[in-house]
Design a protein around this ligand. Structure first.
Ligand code: TRP
Ligand code: ZN
Length: 476
């Protein structure tokens, strides 16, 4: 999605081309050709240009919406799914790629309702050749039906991501490279889209996903859950949680639906589900007062035994791994802080992930000050004194180091050093105006530096160079 305003258009186009798929497809080369100049169709790029992940994402089109319909069988761990993608061609396309990886078998693939040829190449390229070229500027629908047992990614440096089978169900946690393990996707943070997810499981299990729920229906011992995310979302932030869960629903004092869940096997202490729900509401409310209004239409969170060893800022509804993380208000402040920094504003390149983790870690420091009486200055000084590794580049840590402490701690220290340099008034304006100005967009470190320089009318080039790009402990 190039811009948020496209969403309304996308929904109208969705209806239009669902009805007229054939007409659009067969209009093909003649009806839409510019007079005098026959279109030259060429293949879309197999990557989106991220130096850390050259195969991730693709070129030549822009996705507006994913419609994922998926049935899960907990006995076999298999899925049976159809994903339909509404996209707009950004060049005259002879063929294009989606990212899709692992052992799932494709039974049917169509473009604008017509069967399309496809091959799978390399680790994750699904190469699609529609029967007619796709004209630049026009929408097209891709529908892929597939089945099998998805295989999670277990990367030595980046941990577990993708579709993960659990004791009582499954969870999809995609950051940074897991989305393509269970749906065909333009897997780059630079192509956000809206999502509808329709998940069928044996009755008794519960399904949560991003966004707002639709009706749940039950038929022949199978229950179908519906969720929709109507704000732009990066594929790394899409989530599905299937399990034996206790769900708590409330509404925050800002009127935001707040849907939380906790795995039944770990919901042992009375009131834990209520604590998660209430703390989530409290943190979202407080962060909204600093970062500007909450960017999504509902909130929540899920504590479950997913055994991935991290919590993740999945859009609108983070997932907390009970087994390895101490689920505290401070951790909620981190993952919910990401809703502004990471989710609403998303770095174009993975090298800029400090723009997520620095602000999320700073949210923890602010939480400790507000709710536990530990001044931010004290958190900063502690990290500054304790940090042993001052060698990497915060704003370009390298593919295998995007989740290193350097990115989190020195990222947050950079923000506090900025606060000391420009003063509290300007700094807290940055905390509100940076996420407000770039809401739902993609951002870079360069954008951030330019933004702060314009806001303060100061040249901060040397300051940011020292903190973000130079090895060694910066002098205070
Ligand atoms: N980005 C997540 C967070 O800040 C943490 C995370 C996701 C992570 N995947 C990881 C940490 C892999 C270490 C390894 O909340
Ligand atoms: Zn984080």
């Amino acid at each position: 999605m190039a811009a948020y305003r496209k969403a309304g258009l996308a929904r109208r186009a969705w209806l239009l081309i669902t009805c007229c798929a054939l007409a659009v497809a067969t209009a093909g080369t003649t009806a839409y050709a510019a007079p005098g100049r026959p279109p030259v169709f060429s293949p879309g790029s197999p990557g989106a240009g991220d130096p850390y992940f050259p195969d991730m994402g693709n070129g030549g089109y822009d996705v507006s919406h994913y419609d994922i319909r998926l049935a899960f069988d907990p006995k076999t761990k298999a899925i049976d799914a159809t994903t339909t993608i509404l996209a707009w061609a950004t060049q005259d396309l002879s063929r294009f790629d989606l990212d899709f990886q692992g052992p799932l078998t494709i039974s049917k693939l169509s473009v604008n309702g017509l069967n399309a040829a496809f091959t799978r190449s390399g680790a994750q390229e699904l190469v699609i050749t529609p029967p007619y070229g796709l004209r630049k500027g026009l929408p097209f629908l891709v529908s892929v039906s597939y089945a099998g047992v998805p295989q999670r990614i277990d990367d030595p440096a980046l941990g577990i991501s993708g579709w993960v089978a659990t004791k009582d169900g499954a969870v999809a946690l995609n950051q940074p490279i897991g989305a393509a393990t269970y749906y065909p996707v333009n897997d780059t943070p630079n192509d956000k889209a809206t999502y509808s997810q329709t998940i069928t499981v044996p009755s008794g299990l519960t399904v949560l996903a991003n966004g707002e729920p639709g009706p749940t229906t039950t038929h022949n011992g199978q229950s179908t859950f519906r969720w929709s995310m109507n704000r732009p979302m990066a594929s790394e932030l899409a989530m599905i949680m299937i399990g034996d869960l206790n769900v708590t629903r409330s509404v925050t004092s800002d009127g935001l639906p707040n849907i939380t869940a906790i795995g039944k096997s770990i919901d042992t202490k009375p009131g834990q589900g209520t604590v998660l729900n209430q703390t989530t509401a409290q943190v979202v409310q407080w962060e909204s007062s600093m970062y500007g209004s909450y960017p999504f239409q509902s909130t929540g969170g899920i504590i479950a035994d997913v055994a991935v060893h991290y919590a993740l800022e999945t859009q609108g509804r983070p997932v907390y791994d009970q087994r390895t993380s101490n689920v505290s208000g401070q951790l909620l402040a981190h993952e919910l802080g990401h809703q502004w920094f990471g989710d609403s504003l998303t770095p174009t390149r993975w090298s800029d992930i400090w723009l997520n983790e620095g602000f999320a870690t700073y949210s923890e420091w602010l939480y400790k000050e507000k709710f536990q009486g530990v001044p931010v200055q004290q958190s900063f000084e502690k990290e500054y004194a304790a940090e042993k590794d001052w060698t990497g580049k915060v704003a370009d840590p390298g593919r295998d180091h995007i989740f290193d402490d350097l990115v989190y701690n020195r990222g947050a220290m950079t923000l506090h050093a900025l606060r000391m340099k420009i003063g509290d008034r300007a700094f807290f304006r940055v905390l509100t105006l940076w996420p407000t100005t770039h809401r739902y967009g993609n951002v870079s470190t360069r954008d951030f530096i330019g933004f702060v320089e314009r806001l303060t009318n100061r040249d901060l080039g040397a300051f940011f160079d020292t903190w973000l790009y130079q090895p060694g402990q910066p002098k205070l």
